[in-house]
Design a protein around this ligand. Structure first.
Ligand SMILES: [Zn+2]
Length: 691
């Protein structure tokens, strides 16, 4: 099954498909408390540090007060305003789940499912007592694998129950024809976060690989192997994964949809996979036996095919056993597995000092498995219709600003402008939650069976996903659950999506004025919209087809401007020895800059129409100053060095400090608002600008 590349905090665009295991251990969290949590404000003057010159470091100026008030909690790898809201939402979800967990006969079918799943996950004693017993049939199935000929059927089963072994298969819109849903085959099968963890040669990466082998060893020991056998098996896993990783595209290469588009069909793909009976796999997965498909990474699948041919079956079984244990080692297996998994992924790789409390992880788990059942209750309580309306108005105003912006571009030809505006006018705005809720009636949730529930929830989701192949596209479907603190643009749907969980203070509030709401949530709306026109999104036309609508000359001019951004971010050294990757972060950086510019234009128009007095001060700041401060305050975040390092290496988003200062350095309008001198750090002699 495919998951979108959704990094915590802010959107991602849907073309970069990656495979992910259940991330119950890697979600960010914080110890919020209902009684002690202060009111979250979109523009908060009490967070400002007046001892810092806003023209020297605007991030520190806007956020130092927040940093003082919010020391990094021990269970966090990073903690910022997004986590602040994430934790508050999670607390609200917990209250909903605790009420639903009381087995009252008046519960609705959905309340039974979310309540019983939460109760099952929270029952640590039952999970511990059961040990590995619930997973034994799956372990036996792997142990019984006789030869490679039987691998396809076993693999289809493992994929259905959420095991990320070797590769992934799921449904997706055809890149060439967005009205058709076809099967996509993607690279996968790694236990480390992404392929470069297996190939980097610096001392820290070498050490992380050793620590990973130790982690795999520890899991095998917990599963009953002797120390020596576990060591041997962990090395086998590492060897197989390294081979897969080396044949996979880098995360930067994956950002170009052209690299992921290799149309084929089931029969032709079968001819390539000479040692893997694709027909058996497809039949066992209950996917269509014929029809168009996309081999996203041909080099990877060639290597997979060779690996199946030349790897002893005992080693393949070891590899599968590891990925099965790994997939369930969160809240479904005894605490020893859970803790060992936290220790490697959250502590060693990202620096967290304490494991999150179980209720937090169980709440996130229900959100992941039954998000639209839980989300329906959440929305009714926390997202009034008036706020949906106000968000929609803001979105329309920013889209209008984009039209004006396109008209005013001096580098784009009239011909390409017509196409750009056509695309802009076709964008569909989705706000808060789906119009039609997902039907979970076929998903069985059994109280007291945490592991079985995880398995059935995965099977339900995989079947739902594969069932879309060959059917009309459902444009109303959401890729994020309603309580999510995030947003996204989908280039194949050409829509922007803002979940209700994000349209809350400190990012948006019905109580705040436009200066604050446009500066903060408006910049996100502009950000998502700009993704339709960033280096990836611009390759898709108004209907979501991967089809070039640019003249050669305009394309070249776009690339020259984008290159200014690549160089600017390449030059930033985020942690000693690790620079940001300008190409990897290009789409997000373009969206940050374009989105902030567009919301600024939209807000100026709105303020003018409303006759806002631009010299009148509120809390000591003019409306435009408050706009910029609200923008900056959304990014206040503390991050551990380990996390900052992994973020600089692998996150398509720049760290928050640069999402503030670097973006504003490219917007001279900011410097004007704070009367910055030309020599100030926040003033750049030659700003970058695309949109
Ligand atoms: Zn984004």
């Amino acid at each position: 099954m495919f998951h979108l590349t959704v990094s915590p905090y802010r959107c991602s665009i849907a073309v970069a498909l990656v495979l992910a295991t259940v991330p119950v251990f890697s979600q960010s969290t914080a110890p919020a408390s209902a009684t002690t949590a202060p009111e979250l404000r979109v523009f908060d003057p009490s967070l400002i540090d007046k001892t810092v010159d806003p023209c020297e470091n605007f991030y520190r100026y806007s956020c130092n007060g927040w940093f003082k008030r919010n020391p990094l909690p021990a269970d966090q790898a990073s903690y910022g305003r997004f986590t602040e809201l994430f934790e508050l939402n999670r607390l609200h979800l917990k209250q909903i789940l605790e009420a639903a967990a009381v087995p009252a006969p008046t519960r609705t079918a959905n309340e039974q499912k979310i309540g019983d799943e939460y109760a099952s996950c929270m029952d640590t004693a039952a999970v511990n007592k059961r040990g590995l017993a619930a997973l034994q049939p799956e372990l036996d199935y792997i142990a019984a694998l006789k030869d490679a000929a039987a691998l396809p059927v076993l693999l289809a089963h493992l994929h259905a129950i959420g095991v990320n072994a070797f590769f992934g298969m799921g449904s997706n819109q055809d890149y060439a024809d967005s009205s058709a849903v076809i099967s996509f085959y993607g690279a996968g099968g790694l236990g480390l976060p992404e392929r470069d963890y297996y190939t980097r040669t610096d001392a820290k990466s070498v050490e992380q690989r050793k620590q990973y082998v130790t982690h795999v060893h520890n899991i095998f020991v917990l599963a009953g192997e002797t120390d020596a056998q576990a060591q041997k098996d962990a090395e086998t896993v590492m060897a197989i994964e390294t081979r897969l990783a080396k044949a996979s595209l880098t995360i930067t290469e994956q950002r170009d949809p052209q690299n992921l588009n290799h149309p084929t069909d089931v029969a032709s793909f079968q001819k390539e996979l000479t040692h893997f009976a694709l027909g058996d796999y497809v039949a066992a997965a209950r996917a269509p036996a014929a029809g168009k498909a996309n081999d996203m990474e041909p080099k990877f699948f060639a290597e997979f095919n060779a690996l199946v041919a030349d790897t002893p079956i005992a080693q393949i079984k070891t590899y599968l056993r590891w990925h099965l244990l790994h997939a369930y080692a969160g809240t479904s297996l005894p605490e020893s597995f859970d803790h060992e998994t936290w220790n490697f992924y959250a502590h060693t790789l990202n620096g967290a000092e304490k494991q999150q409390e179980r209720w937090k992880r169980c709440t996130s788990r229900v959100d992941q498995e039954l998000g639209e059942a839980l989300g329906q209750v959440y929305v009714a309580k926390y997202f009034p219709p008036a706020e949906k309306q106000r968000t929609l108005e803001m979105t329309l105003a920013i889209e209008q600003a984009m039209e004006k912006d396109i008209n005013s571009l001096d580098w784009m030809s009239a011909e390409t402008k017509v196409k750009a505006k056509e695309k802009l006018h076709t964008v569909m705005n989705k706000i808060g939650y789906p119009d039609k809720w997902r039907d979970y009636s076929k998903l069985e949730i059994v109280r007291g069976d945490a592991l079985g529930n995880q398995m059935r929830a995965s099977q339900f989701e995989v079947a739902r996903d594969l069932n879309k192949i060959g059917k009309p596209v459902d444009k109303g479907e959401w890729q994020m659950t309603p309580p999510t603190v995030n947003a996204y643009y989908d280039p194949q749907m050409n829509n922007v999506n803002f979940p209700a969980g994000y349209l809350q203070p400190p990012f948006f509030s019905g109580k705040e004025d436009d200066a604050a709401n446009y500066g903060d949530m408006g910049s996100t709306i502009g950000h998502e919209l700009t993704h339709g026109f960033d280096d990836e999104g611009r390759q898709f036309d108004k209907d979501g087809n991967l089809k070039n609508w640019w003249t050669k000359e305009d394309e070249q001019k776009f690339n020259e401007r984008a290159d200014c951004m690549v160089k600017q971010y390449d030059a930033i050294e985020a942690v000693p020895g690790v620079h940001l990757n300008g190409k990897l972060t290009l789409g997000e950086n373009l969206a940050d800059l374009g989105g902030t510019w567009l919301t600024w234009l939209a807000w100026l128009d709105k303020a003018k129409a409303a006759n806002v007095d631009m010299t009148a001060k509120t809390d000591g700041y003019t409306p435009d100053q408050r706009f910029w401060i609200a923008y900056a305050q959304q990014w206040c975040t503390q991050t551990r060095p380990e996390k900052l390092r992994s973020q600089a290496q692998g996150d398509p988003h720049a760290p928050d400090e640069y999402r503030t200062n670097t973006v504003l350095q490219d917007l001279p309008e900011f410097a004007t608002s704070f009367s910055c001198k030309k020599s100030a750090t926040m003033v750049k002699p030659k700003p970058c600008r695309v949109w």
